[in-house]
Design a protein around this ligand. Structure first.
Ligand SMILES: [Zn+2]
Length: 205
């Protein structure tokens, strides 16, 4: 018996993207996905509607994030949100994540980068380290928050690059928030990401 609303595909086609069929995907399932997404309590109320841009650049970033969510999963690049503390990068990343879970019904995960490294380090065997890595690396959709908040060690950087490359190869989109400009400070670029800058207008154009 096919669902009349979506024809059994599970998706409703909108003018600017797709959405999970509300008949086939229950609100209980949505709540479960949210509960296990790993979004920290202090960010749980972050939405697009309560993000108030202070600069044209922040407004542009909000628009880009909204567009990313609407198009998802039809996106070919991840999103890198770059800006100093207090510009709302994590707020926007969580807004994307929550909307993707609620409207698209996908398993989305939030992970602070430093805590990801701590989890890996805490594992007693190589096998359990690989398990922890894979759980994060294979999430349908992943937000990695605050990359480079402390200078990463070579080991930490290697884990970061492995994570990004794994997801890129598996075509699993990722949103990264960072205060580091990878282009300017690290001398490396990630062509698989669109970069959105939230910093002040006068610098780093
Ligand atoms: Zn349906």
């Amino acid at each position: 018996m096919f669902c009349k609303r979506c024809g059994g595909t599970g998706w409703i086609y909108l003018e600017n993207g797709v959405e999970r069929c509300p008949e086939c995907f229950s609100s209980v399932a949505r709540k479960e996905l949210l509960r296990f997404s790993g979004i920290p309590k202090r960010f749980l109320e972050c939405k697009f509607s309560n993000y108030y841009p202070q600069t044209p650049r922040q407004l542009r970033a909000k628009t880009e994030c909204l567009r990313f969510f609407l198009r998802y999963p039809v996106v070919d690049k991840g999103l890198l949100l770059f800006g100093p503390p207090g510009t709302g990068k994590t707020h926007l990343a969580v807004a994307i994540l929550k909307n993707i879970i609620v409207h698209k019904g996908l398993r989305g995960t939030f992970k602070e980068f430093r805590s990801f490294l701590i989890d890996l380090k805490g594992m007693l065997s190589y096998e359990s380290e690989v398990d922890v890595f894979k759980t994060i690396a294979n999430a349908d959709f992943l937000v990695i928050d605050d990359v480079g908040s402390e200078r990463e060690t070579d080991w930490g950087r290697e884990k970061f690059v492995n994570l990004i490359m794994h997801r890129y190869n598996q075509k699993l989109p990722t949103v990264i928030t960072t205060g580091l400009s990878f282009y300017a400070e690290e001398g490396v670029s990630f062509p698989e990401f669109s970069e959105s800058k939230l910093n002040q207008e006068s610098t780093n154009v």
